[in-house]
Every structure is written in C-alpha cells, then in structure tokens.
Design a protein around this ligand. Structure first.
Ligand code: HEM
Length: 202
C-alpha cells in the first residue's frame, strides 16, 4: 500500500472506495511518521514517558478542539478530550503544558474539512484503545487513563462510521483529505518540538 499512501489529496478515489479508505490511504505515511515521532518524544514505558505522552496530547489537542468548536457542525464536533487528559495529568501530579500553536488549515471553508479533522481525532481513539492495554499492563493498572479509555469518543467514532464507510462526493473527499493531512501535520509538529530536551517535563 506504499503507493496508496503517497496518493495526492486531489487524486480520484478507486472505484467503490469509501471515504474512510481514501482518508486512510492518503494519510498512511503521515500516521506512521507520527507514530514514530510520538514514540521518540514520549512513549509510555515509564511513568515519566506516559506523563510526556499526555502533555503532548494536551498541547496538540487544545487548538484542534478550538478549531472544531468554531468550524464544525454540531454532529461533526467530536467529544472534547482535553479535560480528560488534564485530569490524568493532575492525577500524576503534573500541571498543564503550554498549548501548541493555533490550528489553522488553509482549506477551512472547503466542504469536508470538518469531517476530515473529526475523522482524525475520532480515529485516534482506535490507536488509543491499543495503547490503553499497554499502559494498563506496564503501569500495573495504577496509571490514570481517563483519556485513553474515553468511551464518549468511541461512541462518536461508531456514529461517524456510517458517514465515512461509503464513497464521498469528490469535492468533499478532497476537502476532508486536506484537513486530515493538516491535523496530522499539526500533531507531528508538536511531537517533533517535544523531542527537544528543554521542552520535556522532568
Ligand atoms: C502514539 C502513537 C500512535 C499509535 C501507536 C497509533 C496506533 C494506531 C493503530 C494501532 C490504529 C489502528 C487501530 C485499529 O484499526 O483497530 C490507528 C488508527 C488510527 N490512528 Fe493512530 N496511533 C497513534 C497516534 C495517532 C494520533 C496522534 C492520531 C491523530 C491525532 C492518530 C490517528 C489515527 C487514525 C485517524 C486512525 C485510523 C482510523 C480509521 O481506521 O479510519 N493516531 N492508530
């Protein structure tokens, strides 16, 4: 699927391809890059790693949630998760990190933009489910996991599936893809900034 991952945002869908498949193909390489960057910046092998992981999640998600609140119709605004991350950080005895730069995709008015951004945040709950199991095991069940175990985002994800598991109008698909790419780029920027030692909490 390497060729699919390099597909341009404006490329036409394969015949019968769903919007979800299109989005996954277009952002596969970005997701892999982000996964590696996050493991390098934080990971969750120790309590301190996990604290960095949560700080990074909080910093990245504050502007994304703000953008969605301003730009998404109600049915496409995913449940906010930063309060859950904040409660996990507080349980670890940590204060909140500074927010990352504003999220401002250039195509914010395009059809599909809110849908694409919502897909990334909701889809990340799938990865969080896997991570939650590892955190549970490594932390011996003692680490707070309100964010990783968020049932509201999983419920939102299930609702979104009906909308994305069918082919989309090409303009909507392109807008969604561009916005999804912008969300991955935003997260990647935060993860890469967190790799500089002075920005990491002790
Ligand atoms: C810590 C690094 C990460 C790991 C290890 C990871 C892992 C995964 C895994 C295993 C899946 C597939 C789950 C399944 O199909 O059951 C997945 C899907 C996904 N993740 Fe991640 N993820 C990470 C970070 C992120 C972040 C930060 C975002 C975006 C904010 C993200 C967005 C997505 C999306 C959009 C999907 C696909 C949803 C779909 O299938 O339509 N991931 N991730």
């Amino acid at each position: 699927m390497a060729s699919a991952s390099r597909r341009a945002a404006s490329a036409r869908a394969e015949p019968g391809e769903s919007l979800r498949e299109q989005l996954r193909a277009a952002t596969m390489a970005a997701h892999e890059l982000l996964d590696h960057a996050m493991q390098a910046a934080s990971g969750w092998q120790t309590r301190a790693d996990y604290a960095r992981f949560l700080s990074l999640q909080h910093a990245a998600r504050v502007p994304l949630e703000a953008w969605l609140a301003d730009n998404a119709p109600t049915d496409l605004e995913p449940p906010r998760q930063t309060a859950l991350v904040a409660s996990d950080l507080a349980a670890l005895g940590l204060s909140l990190p500074a927010a990352s730069p504003a999220f401002a995709p250039s195509n914010y008015r395009d059809p599909g933009a809110a849908l694409g951004a919502a897909w990334v945040l909701a889809g990340s709950a799938l990865g969080n489910k896997h991570t939650a199991k590892q955190v549970e095991r490594i932390g011996g069940g003692a680490w707070p996991a309100a964010f990783l175990g968020d049932a509201a985002m999983m419920a939102f994800w299930q609702g979104l599936r009906a909308r994305i598991e069918q082919p989309a109008d090409p303009a909507e698909a392109e807008g969604a893809t561009r916005a999804a790419e912008a969300v991955f780029a935003h997260f990647l920027g935060v993860a890469e900034a967190a790799r500089t030692p002075e920005s990491l909490p002790a």
